[in-house]
Design a protein around this ligand. Structure first.
Ligand code: SF4
Length: 376
């Protein structure tokens, strides 16, 4: 299995919390970006040589800012150079206000079978504070529009722990989310990133950080409501109806190789190497398909830590049998020793040679996972 991620670096405005690479656009720049991405797709086809592609993901930025004919050109280029599984998951991230009936119908016609909507909140006051372009009604309409067009594998993103967001605001966001015909929910605890407007507003006391107890209480509510609506908590930040787990995200968690196309995109060879394209659209366009990048070689210790980190965050947990096969017995003994106190305290379970976080453990998952990793 392998995957393709295509980074579309355009947004019409900046959300105050966001540090993803994106820029504003003109039709000319968009056109040049599409040409450069097609050239990169052609030049880097050996990265996934002879592998069947089981997931294609258009992320951003805001991929729905591309015109449908530009999305079609990119998808054609992927189909031309890569071997795509007939059942591949093909996802596009969209902003709710870009989802018109025509757009949704055309996406479906092109072969997209999953849409991830950047909703973030159903509260208009909060959406305004975040500088999101849409309002709550538009987000709800977008879900129905996609469904009516035949795109019924819909995921939405919500953020919790936002400044000025009360418990009841988040609870009501969840109620709205689960009242819609969605199949998947990704939830993000707000993190305050360097250089964002949000960070400046917090430093100047214009907005206040959310305290840890509120984060925990909101997380509890989220787990309860998801469970009540039949959603499985298959990864710390992700919930899905049975059979609708994101194959793309799951690929990131189980060492699936992927090719990242576009400025700021990352690639992973499935074992010991990552490639980071430079997040600079101007340079990306001039490079005509050979973007400037850096390569990171992962040591065995890095690979071990990544496997511990990603596996423990999932419901399936960390298989010690797989870990031993890959890294040998000695490191496993260290990990088992470190895990013992968390098993005793009820934060981890150990069954069938697999470690899993319990509900209690999820709340302190970062501490537990870092105890089990090799890096100091
Ligand atoms: S639309 Fe998405 S990528 Fe663009 S600024 Fe907002 S959060 Fe960031």
């Amino acid at each position: 299995m392998s995957m393709i991620y295509l980074h579309v670096p355009f947004c019409t405005s900046r959300c105050i919390y966001c540090d993803f690479y994106s820029t504003t656009q003109s039709a000319t720049v968009r056109h040049e970006y599409v040409n450069a991405a097609c050239a990169e797709l052609a030049n880097r086809k050996s990265y996934l040589a002879d592998r069947l592609i089981q997931s294609i993901y258009f992320g951003g930025g805001t991929p729905s800012q591309l015109q449908i004919k530009e999305i079609a050109i990119l998808l054609d280029s992927i189909n031309k150079h890569y071997d795509i599984d007939t059942n591949a998951e093909i996802t596009l991230e969209a902003n709710p206000d870009d989802v018109t009936p025509d757009f949704a119908h055309n996406l479906c016609h092109l072969g997209f079978n999953r849409v991830s909507l950047g909703v973030q909140s159903f509260n208009d006051r909060i959406l305004k504070m975040l500088n999101r372009r849409h309002d709550a009604a538009t987000a709800q309409d977008a879900v129905h529009t996609l469904q009516q067009a035949g795109l019924d594998n819909i995921s939405i993103d919500l953020i919790y722990g936002l400044p000025t967001q009360l418990m009841q605001d988040f609870s009501s966001d969840l109620q709205k989310a689960f009242s819609l015909p969605i199949k998947h929910l990704s939830t993000y605890a707000l993190s305050i990133e360097q250089g964002t407007l949000l960070q400046r507003k917090i430093q100047s006391n214009e907005l206040a950080e959310t305290d840890e107890d509120t984060f925990i209480a909101e997380y509890e509510i989220m787990m309860q409501q998801a469970h009540a609506h039949g959603f499985e908590h298959y990864e710390i930040s992700n919930f899905a109806l049975p059979g609708f787990e994101s194959r793309h995200n799951s690929g990131y968690w189980n060492n699936t190789p992927y090719l990242g196309i576009g400025p700021g995109a990352h690639s992973f060879n499935g074992t010991d190497e990552r490639q980071y394209n430079e997040p600079n659209l101007g340079k990306y366009i001039s490079a005509a398909g050979l973007p400037p990048h850096t390569i990171e070689h992962l040591t065995l210790s890095d690979q071990f830590d990544e496997q511990v980190f990603t596996s423990l965050r999932t419901r399936k947990g960390l298989s010690l049998k797989n870990l031993e096969k890959r890294f040998g017995e000695a490191w496993l003994e260290d990990l088992k020793r470190a895990a013992q106190k968390h098993i005793s305290s009820g934060s981890l379970t150990f069954n069938n040679n697999t470690l899993c976080l319990t509900r209690k453990g999820i709340m302190t998952s970062n501490d537990i996972i870092s105890d089990l990793m090799r890096a100091e």
